[in-house]
Design a protein around this ligand. Structure first.
Ligand code: PMP
Length: 295
């Protein structure tokens, strides 16, 4: 058995206030996360055993819960303690902490929300060990992207576990030998299947502005802040695929990939077909600065 499999089998996970071995944590078949994707989630990366951008993720979690009329069952300090405890128990140096809160398990299936006084939310956290996350070979090679129609629902600003379409998008990419897909709505790129999308033209970084059309990426917020601090120009506006094909550089951001260069979109080489210098620099700045701020 390889190290990773062994880790997977012996992971300690968190469920509703208790720690369990992963195969001993059980939830109800009536859980609304399972039946209706009535759940929200967050993914926080771990570098050098510390949490990257924890506060950003905790704040967005609160916002997602608010938008769905769910109460947050776990206060900030306790959430931080559970994250840290899982990192410690599972000996994570580089990896991810996944958190999910569902509306819980009422006694039967029903479209109507259960009374929150009678049904507690289900809170689940687990770690994913990813040695080499920061030093990923993909960052040196760059990603190949295809474009697909954005066929998701209209509240992409809420981080729900309705991930079937993004999952289909990744499979469409995989089928044609690409790494990921960017989604397009009314002629404009919205975002990647699990990341925010950017192009760079004449040294200006262009990315779609915030609205209900995209997830408000925590990495996006940090990267745009660091870019401005490094005197790079940033423009938040819609961009088309044609603009992307003609861009000097392109990249994506997410908690699990940080800043990841894109070198090909729909078979068109971006710039010289290698990770661009601005994208690579942004990746370095992001990793350096966010490690300094990690808790
Ligand atoms: N957009 C989508 C659709 C995503 O799923 C994600 C990551 N979950 C992101 C953007 C990036 O967000 P973050 O930087 O907070 O990971």
């Amino acid at each position: 058995m390889g190290l990773i499999e062994e880790h997977r089998m012996t992971r300690t996970v968190y469920l509703n206030g208790e720690y369990f071995l992963e195969n001993e944590a059980k939830i109800s078949i009536f859980d609304r996360g399972f039946l209706m994707a009535d759940a929200v989630y967050e993914v926080t990366s771990v570098l050098d055993g510390k949490l990257i951008d924890f506060k950003g993720h905790a704040d967005r979690l609160n916002r997602s819960l608010d938008e769905l009329d769910m109460k947050n069952p776990i206060p900030y300090e306790e959430l931080l303690t559970v994250h840290r405890e899982l990192v410690r128990l599972n000996d994570i140096d580089e990896g991810l902490v996944y958190l999910q809160i569902s509306r819980g398990a009422p006694s039967d299936r029903d479209f109507v929300y259960p009374n929150p006084d009678e049904t507690d939310p289900t809170v689940v956290l687990f770690t994913q060990n990813k040695p080499g996350l920061a030093n990923s070979p993909s960052a040196k090679k760059g990603l190949k992207i295809i474009s697909i129609d954005d066929e998701r629902w209209g509240r992409r600003d809420i981080k729900t576990v309705q991930l079937l379409y993004p999952s289909m998008g990744k499979m469409m990419a995989k089928k044609v030998g690409a790494d990921d897909a960017w989604m397009v709505q009314d002629g404009y790129v919205t975002e990647g299947t699990s990341n925010n999308a950017y192009i760079i033209k004449n040294n200006k970084i262009v990315t779609r502005g915030l609205s209900n059309d995209i997830l408000h990426g925590i990495t996006r917020a940090a990267v745009l802040r660091f870019a401005k601090e490094a005197q790079m120009q940033v423009e938040e506006r819609n961009f088309t695929l044609d603009e992307a094909y003609e861009a000097d550089e392109a990249f994506i951001t997410s908690a699990s990939t940080f800043v990841m260069p894109v070198v090909e979109i729909d078979g068109n080489k971006i710039g010289h077909g290698l990770p661009g210098s601005n994208s690579s620099r942004l990746r370095e700045i992001y990793l350096e600065e966010s490690k300094k701020l990690a808790i």
